[in-house]
Write a new protein. Structure first.
Length: 341
């Protein structure tokens, strides 16, 4: 509407007498002077700026009629419009190379994580053999950042690759109602997270600990290839000789590095949180019975996230719509649920 009003005013100026045009111009200038005294900085819209930019090119004496702003401001507007125009004209609809398929990116990450010694050329070769046309530079762009130095197998990779033939052992302390300290020795098989053996004593020795290894693997069954343990002094020369004679290779964790023996540390934490933190232990026999009851629940009922949400001894899925019943375990501390027959 404002632009239409200005156009009509311009047309009327051509047909109006010179004296009337002079008086109208004088009246408009007087009102603009009043407006300029009362308003320090008027608010201009984009179309107002465009009007003055256009008028600067169409009329030589445009500066004589400019009152609201300075002529330098109009020149600045024109330069901004010039930059915006060429920015729009030189734009690119799709900058850079086309993006890589998310499926290929996920495959690059998977190959890099599964094979720590592989670089971009090796992964590119595998992708080409799978029918994906990519370049080394593209693969290198999506590779995860690694620390500088020679590539080597990570500890987690070693644990994962040797799950069926690796066991871990550790001690944990349990206080009794009479403030005695009982020591529980635990041997865990990494395969299916099974607790192979446990025992309780108030006076652990290297000979007693070595005997637990013999009772856990008497020789008539499979014997693990690797044993992971910490640097506790109880694993002395007698223990090491007995384990070596059994044909088991020991891996000793670094000092103050429980994360290097993660499976058994996690099982001990689970036993504390789900069992021992909720009862008061009366003695060795009571603790032994309590752990035996929990381990039965742990093996046959308790689901594990690392075992695809199933128990070490896999439970069968019971589909259907029958009535669900609860079966108590560990003195009612835990339950498991199944459908009634």
């Amino acid at each position: 509407m404002a632009i239409l009003h200005m156009v009509l005013t311009l047309i009327r100026a051509f047909f109006q007498g010179r004296s009337g045009l002079v008086l109208e111009n004088l009246a408009l200038r007087q009102q603009l002077a009043v407006l300029r005294r009362s308003v320090k900085r008027p608010k201009l819209r984009r179309r107002d700026r465009l009007f003055w930019v256009f008028l600067r090119h169409a009329w030589e004496k445009w500066e004589s009629s400019l009152i609201l702003v300075k002529p330098e401001t109009v020149v600045h507007w024109h330069r901004q419009a010039f930059k915006a125009f060429w920015r729009w004209k030189s734009r690119r609809k799709k900058p850079g190379r086309p993006p890589l398929d998310p499926e290929i990116i996920a495959l690059i990450h998977r190959m890099a994580n599964d094979n720590p010694t592989w670089g971009a050329p090796r992964i590119t070769s595998e992708l080409l053999l799978l029918g994906y046309e990519v370049r080394d530079t593209t693969v290198a762009k999506y590779l995860p950042r690694r620390r500088h130095g020679p590539s080597s197998q990570r500890w987690r990779t070693f644990l994962k690759n040797h799950l069926p033939e690796t066991v871990a052992c550790d001690f944990f302390v349990v206080p009794t109602a009479t403030f005695r300290l009982l020591y529980c020795f635990l041997i865990l098989s990494h395969d299916r997270r099974r607790i192979v053996h446990f025992n309780v004593t108030s006076n652990p020795t290297a000979k007693w600990t070595a005997q637990q290894m013999v009772e856990a693997f008497p020789g008539d069954g499979p014997i693990p290839k690797y044993l992971i343990r910490d640097r506790d002094g109880i694993y002395g020369g007698y223990f090491r000789r007995r384990v070596q004679n059994m044909g088991i290779r020991e891996f000793v964790t670094s000092r103050r590095s429980p994360w290097q023996n993660p499976f058994v540390e996690r099982v001990i934490g689970t036993i504390r949180r789900e069992c021992l933190d909720h009862v008061i232990v009366l003695g060795e026999d009571h603790l032994r019975r309590l752990l035996k009851s929990y381990i039965r629940y742990y093996h046959g009922v308790r689901p594990h996230l690392s075992l695809h949400r199933n128990a070490p001894i896999p439970r069968k899925v019971e589909p259907g719509r029958g009535r669900v019943i609860a079966i108590p375990h560990v003195g009612g501390l835990h339950h498991h649920y199944k459908r009634a027959a």
